[in-house]
Design a protein around this ligand. Structure first.
Ligand SMILES: Nc1nc2c(ncn2[C@@H]2O[C@H](COP(=O)(O)OP(=O)(O)OP(=O)(O)O)[C@@H](O)[C@H]2O)c(=O)[nH]1
Ligand SMILES: [Mg+2]
Length: 423
Protein backbone atom coordinates (compact mmCIF):
# COMPACT_ATOMS: atom_id res chain seq x y z
CA UNK A 1 0.00 0.00 0.00
CA UNK A 2 1.45 3.38 -0.92
CA UNK A 3 1.85 5.70 1.99
CA UNK A 4 2.81 9.23 1.32
CA UNK A 5 4.23 10.81 4.44
CA UNK A 6 4.26 14.27 2.92
CA UNK A 7 0.46 14.32 2.91
CA UNK A 8 -1.39 15.01 6.09
CA UNK A 9 -2.92 11.88 7.57
CA UNK A 10 -6.70 11.86 7.66
CA UNK A 11 -8.55 9.70 10.16
CA UNK A 12 -11.92 8.04 10.57
CA UNK A 13 -12.64 7.68 14.27
CA UNK A 14 -14.59 4.81 15.79
CA UNK A 15 -16.05 5.70 19.17
CA UNK A 16 -16.93 2.56 21.06
CA UNK A 17 -19.39 2.98 23.91
CA UNK A 18 -19.33 -0.11 26.10
CA UNK A 19 -22.47 -1.15 27.92
CA UNK A 20 -21.08 -0.40 31.38
CA UNK A 21 -19.70 3.00 30.31
CA UNK A 22 -20.16 5.57 33.07
CA UNK A 23 -18.99 8.63 31.17
CA UNK A 24 -21.29 10.78 29.06
CA UNK A 25 -20.88 9.90 25.39
CA UNK A 26 -20.27 13.55 24.45
CA UNK A 27 -17.36 13.77 26.86
CA UNK A 28 -15.87 10.56 25.46
CA UNK A 29 -16.26 11.92 21.93
CA UNK A 30 -14.66 15.27 22.80
CA UNK A 31 -11.75 13.67 24.56
CA UNK A 32 -11.20 11.21 21.74
CA UNK A 33 -11.16 14.05 19.20
CA UNK A 34 -8.70 16.05 21.34
CA UNK A 35 -6.39 13.07 21.57
CA UNK A 36 -6.43 12.56 17.81
CA UNK A 37 -5.94 16.27 17.08
CA UNK A 38 -2.98 16.26 19.48
CA UNK A 39 -1.19 13.94 17.08
CA UNK A 40 -1.60 16.43 14.24
CA UNK A 41 -4.07 14.29 12.29
CA UNK A 42 -7.15 15.56 10.51
CA UNK A 43 -10.50 14.03 11.37
CA UNK A 44 -12.84 13.22 8.51
CA UNK A 45 -15.64 11.48 10.37
CA UNK A 46 -16.55 9.71 13.57
CA UNK A 47 -18.75 6.65 13.86
CA UNK A 48 -20.31 5.82 17.23
CA UNK A 49 -20.91 2.19 18.10
CA UNK A 50 -22.70 0.86 21.15
CA UNK A 51 -20.94 -2.34 22.05
CA UNK A 52 -23.03 -5.07 23.61
CA UNK A 53 -20.87 -8.13 23.06
CA UNK A 54 -17.31 -8.27 21.87
CA UNK A 55 -16.87 -10.10 18.60
CA UNK A 56 -13.58 -11.99 19.06
CA UNK A 57 -12.64 -11.65 15.41
CA UNK A 58 -13.36 -7.96 14.84
CA UNK A 59 -14.15 -6.54 18.28
CA UNK A 60 -17.33 -4.97 16.78
CA UNK A 61 -20.21 -6.90 15.18
CA UNK A 62 -20.09 -8.02 11.56
CA UNK A 63 -22.81 -5.56 10.52
CA UNK A 64 -20.84 -2.66 11.98
CA UNK A 65 -17.69 -3.84 10.23
CA UNK A 66 -19.56 -3.62 6.92
CA UNK A 67 -20.96 -0.18 7.71
CA UNK A 68 -17.49 1.05 8.62
CA UNK A 69 -15.99 -0.47 5.50
CA UNK A 70 -18.42 1.54 3.37
CA UNK A 71 -17.62 4.72 5.27
CA UNK A 72 -13.87 4.15 5.06
CA UNK A 73 -13.88 3.26 1.38
CA UNK A 74 -15.89 6.34 0.41
CA UNK A 75 -13.59 8.63 2.38
CA UNK A 76 -10.18 10.25 1.95
CA UNK A 77 -8.99 8.63 5.16
CA UNK A 78 -5.72 6.79 5.41
CA UNK A 79 -6.08 5.60 8.98
CA UNK A 80 -8.89 4.25 11.19
CA UNK A 81 -8.65 4.90 14.92
CA UNK A 82 -10.58 3.11 17.68
CA UNK A 83 -10.93 4.59 21.17
CA UNK A 84 -10.81 1.07 22.63
CA UNK A 85 -8.03 -1.43 22.73
CA UNK A 86 -7.97 -4.14 20.08
CA UNK A 87 -6.05 -7.37 20.23
CA UNK A 88 -3.64 -8.36 17.52
CA UNK A 89 -6.10 -10.56 15.67
CA UNK A 90 -8.92 -7.99 15.68
CA UNK A 91 -6.58 -5.28 14.50
CA UNK A 92 -5.24 -7.42 11.67
CA UNK A 93 -8.70 -8.55 10.55
CA UNK A 94 -10.00 -4.99 10.51
CA UNK A 95 -6.99 -3.78 8.55
CA UNK A 96 -7.63 -6.45 5.96
CA UNK A 97 -11.25 -5.43 5.52
CA UNK A 98 -10.56 -1.68 5.38
CA UNK A 99 -7.28 -1.95 3.48
CA UNK A 100 -6.06 0.72 5.92
CA UNK A 101 -3.89 0.99 8.97
CA UNK A 102 -6.07 0.59 12.06
CA UNK A 103 -4.90 2.05 15.33
CA UNK A 104 -6.26 1.42 18.83
CA UNK A 105 -6.37 3.59 21.96
CA UNK A 106 -3.05 2.44 23.40
CA UNK A 107 -1.27 3.03 20.13
CA UNK A 108 -2.85 6.47 19.80
CA UNK A 109 -1.70 7.53 23.27
CA UNK A 110 1.72 5.95 22.75
CA UNK A 111 2.09 8.03 19.64
CA UNK A 112 1.36 11.24 21.51
CA UNK A 113 3.75 10.23 24.26
CA UNK A 114 6.47 9.46 21.73
CA UNK A 115 6.10 12.94 20.26
CA UNK A 116 6.41 14.62 23.63
CA UNK A 117 9.19 12.65 25.27
CA UNK A 118 12.23 14.88 25.70
CA UNK A 119 14.42 13.58 28.44
CA UNK A 120 16.42 10.38 28.38
CA UNK A 121 14.01 8.89 30.89
CA UNK A 122 10.89 9.88 28.98
CA UNK A 123 12.27 8.42 25.77
CA UNK A 124 13.21 5.16 27.52
CA UNK A 125 9.78 4.88 29.11
CA UNK A 126 7.95 5.40 25.85
CA UNK A 127 10.18 2.96 24.01
CA UNK A 128 9.58 0.35 26.69
CA UNK A 129 5.83 0.84 26.46
CA UNK A 130 5.98 0.60 22.67
CA UNK A 131 7.95 -2.63 22.73
CA UNK A 132 5.61 -4.14 25.30
CA UNK A 133 2.72 -3.19 23.07
CA UNK A 134 4.30 -4.67 19.97
CA UNK A 135 5.59 -7.88 21.44
CA UNK A 136 2.32 -9.87 21.34
CA UNK A 137 1.68 -8.47 17.86
CA UNK A 138 4.83 -9.88 16.33
CA UNK A 139 3.65 -13.46 16.09
CA UNK A 140 1.84 -13.11 12.83
CA UNK A 141 2.84 -11.12 9.85
CA UNK A 142 1.04 -8.53 7.85
CA UNK A 143 0.06 -6.05 10.50
CA UNK A 144 0.38 -2.61 8.98
CA UNK A 145 2.11 -1.23 11.98
CA UNK A 146 5.32 -2.89 10.91
CA UNK A 147 5.14 -1.94 7.27
CA UNK A 148 4.26 1.70 7.10
CA UNK A 149 6.96 4.29 7.45
CA UNK A 150 5.95 7.46 9.25
CA UNK A 151 2.57 8.54 10.45
CA UNK A 152 0.64 7.61 13.51
CA UNK A 153 1.53 4.43 15.35
CA UNK A 154 4.94 4.20 13.78
CA UNK A 155 7.08 6.59 15.77
CA UNK A 156 9.64 4.94 17.98
CA UNK A 157 11.22 1.56 17.72
CA UNK A 158 11.06 1.71 13.91
CA UNK A 159 10.87 -0.98 11.30
CA UNK A 160 14.13 -2.79 11.86
CA UNK A 161 13.53 -3.40 15.50
CA UNK A 162 9.97 -4.50 14.89
CA UNK A 163 11.02 -7.10 12.40
CA UNK A 164 13.67 -8.79 14.45
CA UNK A 165 12.56 -11.76 16.45
CA UNK A 166 10.95 -11.79 19.87
CA UNK A 167 14.07 -12.78 21.70
CA UNK A 168 15.98 -9.74 20.52
CA UNK A 169 13.11 -7.55 21.62
CA UNK A 170 13.00 -9.29 24.98
CA UNK A 171 16.71 -8.52 25.37
CA UNK A 172 16.12 -4.95 24.40
CA UNK A 173 13.33 -4.65 26.98
CA UNK A 174 15.69 -5.99 29.65
CA UNK A 175 18.28 -3.43 28.60
CA UNK A 176 15.77 -0.56 28.73
CA UNK A 177 14.65 -1.64 32.18
CA UNK A 178 18.26 -1.60 33.35
CA UNK A 179 18.78 1.90 31.98
CA UNK A 180 15.59 3.08 33.65
CA UNK A 181 16.78 1.56 36.90
CA UNK A 182 19.93 3.67 36.64
CA UNK A 183 17.85 6.81 36.12
CA UNK A 184 15.81 5.82 39.17
CA UNK A 185 18.93 5.42 41.27
CA UNK A 186 20.21 8.80 40.18
CA UNK A 187 16.90 10.32 41.24
CA UNK A 188 17.09 8.62 44.59
CA UNK A 189 20.55 10.15 45.19
CA UNK A 190 19.16 13.59 44.33
CA UNK A 191 16.21 13.02 46.63
CA UNK A 192 18.41 12.09 49.57
CA UNK A 193 20.46 15.23 49.00
CA UNK A 194 17.30 17.34 49.08
CA UNK A 195 16.07 15.58 52.19
CA UNK A 196 19.33 16.36 53.93
CA UNK A 197 18.96 20.00 53.01
CA UNK A 198 15.41 20.12 54.33
CA UNK A 199 13.82 20.92 50.97
CA UNK A 200 10.08 20.25 50.71
CA UNK A 201 8.70 18.61 47.61
CA UNK A 202 5.37 19.75 46.15
CA UNK A 203 4.03 17.80 43.17
CA UNK A 204 1.42 18.87 40.67
CA UNK A 205 -1.00 16.15 39.66
CA UNK A 206 -4.15 16.23 37.58
CA UNK A 207 -5.95 15.26 34.46
CA UNK A 208 -4.23 16.04 31.19
CA UNK A 209 -4.97 19.62 30.06
CA UNK A 210 -6.10 20.75 33.54
CA UNK A 211 -3.46 23.49 33.45
CA UNK A 212 -0.68 21.95 35.55
CA UNK A 213 2.14 23.39 33.47
CA UNK A 214 0.50 26.82 33.26
CA UNK A 215 0.24 26.81 37.04
CA UNK A 216 3.80 25.51 37.35
CA UNK A 217 4.97 28.47 35.26
CA UNK A 218 2.89 30.94 37.30
CA UNK A 219 4.26 29.60 40.59
CA UNK A 220 7.89 29.35 39.56
CA UNK A 221 8.20 32.08 36.92
CA UNK A 222 9.22 29.49 34.33
CA UNK A 223 8.25 29.03 30.75
CA UNK A 224 7.62 25.33 30.21
CA UNK A 225 5.48 24.46 27.18
CA UNK A 226 1.77 24.64 27.90
CA UNK A 227 -0.70 23.74 25.21
CA UNK A 228 -4.24 22.70 24.52
CA UNK A 229 -2.87 19.49 23.01
CA UNK A 230 -3.14 16.57 25.42
CA UNK A 231 -0.15 15.11 27.24
CA UNK A 232 2.06 18.08 26.47
CA UNK A 233 4.13 17.31 29.53
CA UNK A 234 5.66 13.89 29.73
CA UNK A 235 8.89 14.39 31.56
CA UNK A 236 9.03 15.49 35.15
CA UNK A 237 10.31 19.05 35.48
CA UNK A 238 11.36 20.53 38.80
CA UNK A 239 11.96 24.15 39.85
CA UNK A 240 12.37 25.90 43.13
CA UNK A 241 9.22 27.35 44.57
CA UNK A 242 9.46 30.66 46.37
CA UNK A 243 6.61 30.66 48.79
CA UNK A 244 8.29 32.11 51.82
CA UNK A 245 11.76 33.42 52.50
CA UNK A 246 12.28 30.90 55.27
CA UNK A 247 11.11 27.81 53.54
CA UNK A 248 12.83 25.83 50.86
CA UNK A 249 10.55 23.99 48.48
CA UNK A 250 10.56 22.64 44.98
CA UNK A 251 7.66 22.12 42.64
CA UNK A 252 7.48 19.31 40.13
CA UNK A 253 5.26 19.04 37.08
CA UNK A 254 4.61 15.65 35.60
CA UNK A 255 2.63 13.59 33.11
CA UNK A 256 -1.14 14.16 33.14
CA UNK A 257 -3.62 11.40 33.84
CA UNK A 258 -6.39 10.20 31.60
CA UNK A 259 -9.46 8.03 31.94
CA UNK A 260 -8.56 4.41 31.13
CA UNK A 261 -4.85 5.07 30.88
CA UNK A 262 -3.58 2.09 28.90
CA UNK A 263 -2.00 -0.57 31.06
CA UNK A 264 1.31 -0.55 29.16
CA UNK A 265 1.69 3.11 29.94
CA UNK A 266 0.83 2.80 33.61
CA UNK A 267 3.52 0.14 33.90
CA UNK A 268 6.14 2.09 32.00
CA UNK A 269 5.44 5.37 33.77
CA UNK A 270 5.24 3.84 37.21
CA UNK A 271 8.74 4.98 38.07
CA UNK A 272 7.79 8.58 37.26
CA UNK A 273 4.51 8.35 39.12
CA UNK A 274 6.13 6.63 42.08
CA UNK A 275 8.10 9.81 42.64
CA UNK A 276 4.84 11.15 44.04
CA UNK A 277 5.42 8.92 47.05
CA UNK A 278 8.22 11.21 48.11
CA UNK A 279 6.22 14.40 47.81
CA UNK A 280 5.38 16.32 50.96
CA UNK A 281 2.19 17.59 49.41
CA UNK A 282 0.22 17.02 46.24
CA UNK A 283 -1.34 19.88 44.32
CA UNK A 284 -4.29 18.42 42.47
CA UNK A 285 -5.19 20.74 39.58
CA UNK A 286 -8.79 20.50 38.43
CA UNK A 287 -10.19 22.22 35.33
CA UNK A 288 -13.22 23.96 36.85
CA UNK A 289 -14.46 24.95 33.41
CA UNK A 290 -14.84 21.33 32.35
CA UNK A 291 -18.39 20.25 33.04
CA UNK A 292 -17.19 16.76 33.85
CA UNK A 293 -14.66 17.89 36.42
CA UNK A 294 -16.06 15.56 39.08
CA UNK A 295 -15.49 12.51 36.91
CA UNK A 296 -12.07 13.71 35.78
CA UNK A 297 -11.10 14.27 39.37
CA UNK A 298 -12.25 10.79 40.34
CA UNK A 299 -10.18 9.16 37.64
CA UNK A 300 -7.11 11.01 38.94
CA UNK A 301 -7.95 9.85 42.47
CA UNK A 302 -8.04 6.24 41.24
CA UNK A 303 -4.50 6.53 39.87
CA UNK A 304 -3.31 8.22 43.09
CA UNK A 305 -4.79 5.35 45.05
CA UNK A 306 -3.12 2.82 42.75
CA UNK A 307 0.24 4.40 43.47
CA UNK A 308 -0.59 4.46 47.17
CA UNK A 309 -0.42 8.23 47.76
CA UNK A 310 -4.10 8.90 48.43
CA UNK A 311 -3.53 9.88 52.05
CA UNK A 312 -0.85 12.51 51.37
CA UNK A 313 -1.74 16.09 52.28
CA UNK A 314 -3.45 17.33 49.13
CA UNK A 315 -4.59 20.77 48.01
CA UNK A 316 -7.41 20.71 45.49
CA UNK A 317 -6.93 23.61 43.12
CA UNK A 318 -9.82 24.56 40.89
CA UNK A 319 -8.22 26.21 37.88
CA UNK A 320 -9.47 28.24 34.89
CA UNK A 321 -11.90 30.31 36.96
CA UNK A 322 -11.54 33.10 34.40
CA UNK A 323 -13.84 30.98 32.25
CA UNK A 324 -16.58 30.78 34.89
CA UNK A 325 -19.54 33.10 35.36
CA UNK A 326 -20.07 34.72 38.74
CA UNK A 327 -22.99 32.41 39.36
CA UNK A 328 -20.93 29.31 38.59
CA UNK A 329 -18.17 30.63 40.80
CA UNK A 330 -20.57 31.07 43.70
CA UNK A 331 -21.94 27.58 43.46
CA UNK A 332 -18.39 26.18 43.30
CA UNK A 333 -17.43 28.08 46.45
CA UNK A 334 -20.52 26.77 48.21
CA UNK A 335 -19.84 23.19 47.21
CA UNK A 336 -16.09 23.23 47.91
CA UNK A 337 -15.58 25.72 50.73
CA UNK A 338 -12.20 24.31 51.71
CA UNK A 339 -10.64 24.36 48.26
CA UNK A 340 -8.89 27.13 46.39
CA UNK A 341 -9.91 28.72 43.08
CA UNK A 342 -7.33 30.14 40.72
CA UNK A 343 -6.62 31.11 37.17
CA UNK A 344 -3.12 30.01 36.28
CA UNK A 345 -3.46 31.77 32.95
CA UNK A 346 -4.66 35.13 34.29
CA UNK A 347 -2.60 34.72 37.47
CA UNK A 348 -5.60 35.10 39.77
CA UNK A 349 -5.17 33.97 43.41
CA UNK A 350 -1.61 32.76 42.89
CA UNK A 351 -0.33 34.49 46.04
CA UNK A 352 -3.20 32.99 48.04
CA UNK A 353 -2.25 29.60 46.69
CA UNK A 354 1.37 30.11 47.76
CA UNK A 355 0.13 31.01 51.22
CA UNK A 356 -1.99 27.86 51.35
CA UNK A 357 0.96 25.72 50.25
CA UNK A 358 3.04 27.33 52.95
CA UNK A 359 0.40 26.64 55.61
CA UNK A 360 -0.06 23.07 54.48
CA UNK A 361 3.68 22.42 54.58
CA UNK A 362 3.67 23.91 58.07
CA UNK A 363 0.62 22.02 59.26
CA UNK A 364 2.53 19.53 61.35
CA UNK A 365 5.13 22.02 62.50
CA UNK A 366 5.29 23.45 65.96
CA UNK A 367 6.60 26.78 67.19
CA UNK A 368 9.44 26.55 69.70
CA UNK A 369 12.30 28.53 71.12
CA UNK A 370 15.79 27.08 70.75
CA UNK A 371 18.61 28.48 72.84
CA UNK A 372 22.14 27.93 71.58
CA UNK A 373 25.03 28.67 73.89
CA UNK A 374 28.11 30.02 72.14
CA UNK A 375 29.80 26.62 72.26
CA UNK A 376 26.77 25.18 70.43
CA UNK A 377 26.86 27.60 67.53
CA UNK A 378 27.81 24.85 65.08
CA UNK A 379 24.14 23.79 65.29
CA UNK A 380 23.04 27.02 63.60
CA UNK A 381 23.60 25.37 60.27
CA UNK A 382 21.24 22.51 61.18
CA UNK A 383 18.54 24.99 62.20
CA UNK A 384 18.83 26.87 58.93
CA UNK A 385 18.62 23.71 56.89
CA UNK A 386 15.84 21.92 58.73
CA UNK A 387 13.64 24.48 60.41
CA UNK A 388 11.93 27.71 59.56
CA UNK A 389 13.55 30.50 61.54
CA UNK A 390 11.02 33.17 62.48
CA UNK A 391 13.23 35.45 64.56
CA UNK A 392 16.73 35.49 66.04
CA UNK A 393 17.76 37.37 69.14
CA UNK A 394 21.34 37.77 70.38
CA UNK A 395 21.62 37.66 74.16
CA UNK A 396 24.65 37.99 76.37
CA UNK A 397 25.48 34.30 76.64
CA UNK A 398 23.38 32.73 73.96
CA UNK A 399 21.51 33.15 70.73
CA UNK A 400 17.74 32.60 70.90
CA UNK A 401 15.99 31.25 67.82
CA UNK A 402 12.22 31.38 67.44
CA UNK A 403 11.55 28.57 65.01
CA UNK A 404 8.93 26.40 63.35
CA UNK A 405 9.97 22.80 63.10
CA UNK A 406 8.80 19.24 62.66
CA UNK A 407 9.01 17.04 65.72
CA UNK A 408 11.59 14.65 64.31
CA UNK A 409 13.96 17.55 63.62
CA UNK A 410 13.59 18.66 67.23
CA UNK A 411 14.33 15.15 68.49
CA UNK A 412 17.73 15.42 66.87
CA UNK A 413 18.40 18.71 68.65
CA UNK A 414 17.29 17.24 71.97
CA UNK A 415 19.66 14.33 71.48
CA UNK A 416 22.46 16.85 71.04
CA UNK A 417 21.60 18.38 74.40
CA UNK A 418 20.08 21.59 73.04
CA UNK A 419 17.52 23.41 75.19
CA UNK A 420 14.07 23.64 73.61
CA UNK A 421 11.07 25.53 75.03
CA UNK A 422 7.54 25.55 73.72
CA UNK A 423 6.30 28.92 72.58
N1 LIG B 1 -8.72 30.11 30.31
C1 LIG B 1 -7.72 29.48 30.94
N2 LIG B 1 -6.98 28.58 30.28
C2 LIG B 1 -6.00 27.94 30.97
C3 LIG B 1 -5.74 28.19 32.35
N3 LIG B 1 -4.73 27.39 32.73
C4 LIG B 1 -4.37 26.67 31.65
N4 LIG B 1 -5.12 27.00 30.57
C5 LIG B 1 -5.04 26.47 29.20
O1 LIG B 1 -5.30 25.07 29.25
C6 LIG B 1 -4.50 24.38 28.28
C7 LIG B 1 -3.71 23.28 28.97
O2 LIG B 1 -2.76 23.85 29.84
P1 LIG B 1 -1.44 23.09 30.32
O3 LIG B 1 -0.85 23.92 31.39
O4 LIG B 1 -0.59 22.72 29.16
O5 LIG B 1 -2.11 21.77 30.93
P2 LIG B 1 -1.41 20.47 31.58
O6 LIG B 1 -2.28 20.06 32.71
O7 LIG B 1 0.01 20.78 31.87
O8 LIG B 1 -1.56 19.44 30.39
P3 LIG B 1 -0.64 18.15 30.00
O9 LIG B 1 0.80 18.49 30.22
O10 LIG B 1 -0.97 17.97 28.57
O11 LIG B 1 -1.11 17.03 30.86
C8 LIG B 1 -3.60 25.45 27.63
O12 LIG B 1 -4.20 25.82 26.41
C9 LIG B 1 -3.63 26.58 28.64
O13 LIG B 1 -3.43 27.87 28.04
C10 LIG B 1 -6.55 29.17 33.01
O14 LIG B 1 -6.40 29.47 34.19
N5 LIG B 1 -7.52 29.76 32.25
MG1 LIG C 1 1.70 19.97 31.15
Amino acid sequence: MPHNTTHKEVAILVLIVEKDEVWPVEQLAEEFKSLVLSTGLEIEDMMRIKLRVINPAFFIGKGKVEELELLVKSSQANVVIFNSNLNYRQQKNLEEVFGLKTVDRTQLILDIFAKHANTQEGILQVELAQLNYMLPRLRGKGIMLSRLGGGIGTIGPGEKKVEVDRRVIDDHITQLKKELEQVKQHRSVMRKKREKEGIHICSLVGYTNAGKTTLFNALTDSNQVESSAMFTTLDTVTRSLNIHKNIKAILSDTVGFIYKLPHNLVESFKATLEELKFADILLHVIDASNENHVKLRKSVDIVLKDIGVESKPTINIFNKIDKLSEQEMNSFRKEYPKDIFVSAYKKINIDELKELIHNTLNADMIDVIVRLAFNQMHMTNYLHKNCEILKTSYEENEVVFFIKSKNDKLDYLKKKGILIENL
